[in-house]
Design a protein around this ligand. Structure first.
Ligand SMILES: NC(=O)c1ccc[n+]([C@@H]2O[C@H](COP(=O)([O-])OP(=O)(O)OC[C@H]3O[C@@H](n4cnc5c(N)ncnc54)[C@H](O)[C@@H]3O)[C@@H](O)[C@H]2O)c1
Length: 346
């Protein structure tokens, strides 16, 4: 049996982490922590968890779990992961891995020092469509793909709840919240190509107006992050990638979470998984829903098997975080970024 504690009893803990742990035959949920006693007691009652803490350090020291899940705002991923790793506890943390690469590097070092596993909830990697796209890349196209498009766009999807527009707690807006998922998926299916240059610009024009959209009403006066970011990344070998991410983007559909890859014989798109070329488009598969999908079961399996790395291990997300840093650096300085000149380089 693996003993588990959860830090943060909000939306993602309630809908993903706690249901998975509570149904898993080899897991015992031993404790939960949240700053809000009301939230804490409500969720702990719902999942029948006896030990409740407003201080997560106290919880880790009292209960000494094998695993901790981190489900708090982005700002706390680093400090809470470090506290757990320092105590020899394996960590499953929500995305983004950290606020920036400097934090992630410390988490990585600590996990090696303490021989602990740390992985992140990049659940799009586990989709069947992702596997199909990855297989398509790996069937001889790895070095032939010369262009790609990464889209994580909503027409009016500025979150009206939670902390998603708070710069201090989240570190950024559309890129670090939704763009990061598709950027990570792209890097994963492409086997982590080496980036050379990054250029990006961002906007908050729609966010600061305030308003109401598909994700509720938001306050323009409290909108502190980018509502959109558009960039280009050039990789070694001449692969050119456009990334577009937005909570609010005036286009014809409600949302587009997609990765498209272009090789000389064919192009392919993630969703629905489609191939194009000197033939009509072939739609091979369409996922009905990815609701409830998580990288957590794979993380638990990897701990049980003792010698396999989880699919979303810290080693595998380093490049994702470095490119998020580089895109933000370019957008904030209005300068192109040469990766090797910065500490965002690989
Ligand atoms: N994988 C995904 O697609 C996905 C989806 C949604 C959210 N998330 C991530 O999950 C994280 C949490 O998001 P959420 O939507 O659940 O937010 P939320 O606001 O619903 O929940 C966060 C909870 O953490 C608690 N908290 C804050 N600081 C704490 C601390 N120091 N100790 C203990 N508890 C603390 C808050 O009181 C709150 O209850 C974010 O990093 C977000 O990016 C990931």
């Amino acid at each position: 049996m693996l003993r588990v504690c959860v830090i943060g009893a909000g939306n993602i803990a309630k809908t993903i982490h706690l249901p998975i742990y509570s149904l898993h035959p080899q897991i015992t949920l031993v404790g939960i922590s949240d700053l809000s006693e009301i939230t804490l007691n409500k969720i702990a009652d719902e999942f029948n968890i006896k030990n409740r803490y407003t201080d997560y350090i106290q919880m880790l020291d009292d209960l000494k779990p094998d695993i901790v899940s981190i489900c708090t705002p982005n700002k706390y991923h680093y400090i809470q992961s470090m506290a757990a790793l320092e105590r020899g506890i394996h960590v499953f943390c929500e995305k983004p891995p950290a606020m920036n690469y400097q934090e992630l590097k410390q988490m990585w070092k600590k996990s090696i020092e303490k021989k602990c596993t740390i992985a992140f909830n990049f659940h799009h990697r586990l989709r069947k469509e992702t596997l199909m796209l990855k297989n398509w890349v790996e069937s001889g196209r790895q070095n032939d793909i010369y262009y790609a498009e990464i889209n994580a766009l909503r027409r009016r999807g500025i979150p009206g709840w939670g902390n998603f527009t708070n710069k201090d707690l989240q570190g950024g807006g559309a890129l670090i919240d939704i763009g990061i998922h598709m950027l990570d998926l792209f890097l994963y299916v492409m086997n982590y190509p080496k980036p050379l240059y990054v250029i990006a610009s961002s906007s908050n024009r729609i966010g600061i107006k305030g308003g109401e959209g598909d994700f509720g009403a938001w306050n323009g006066d409290k909108f502190e992050v980018e509502d959109s970011l558009y960039g280009q990344i050039t990789f070694e070998g001449g692969l050119s990638v456009h990334i577009k991410t937005a909570f609010a983007h005036n286009f014809e559909i409600k949302s587009d979470m997609n990765v498209s890859l272009f090789a000389s014989d064919e192009g392919a798109k993630l969703h629905p998984f489609t191939r194009y070329g000197n033939h009509d488009p072939i739609i091979e598969f369409q996922e009905e829903t990815i609701q409830g999908l998580s990288a957590l079961p794979n993380f638990i399996e990897s701990l049980q098997s003792n010698n396999t790395l989880p699919l979303t291990s810290i080693e595998s997300v380093i490049l994702t975080q470095r490119l998020v840093d580089a895109l933000y650096l370019s957008a904030s300085t209005n300068q192109p970024i040469r990766m090797e000149d910065h500490n965002v380089s690989i």
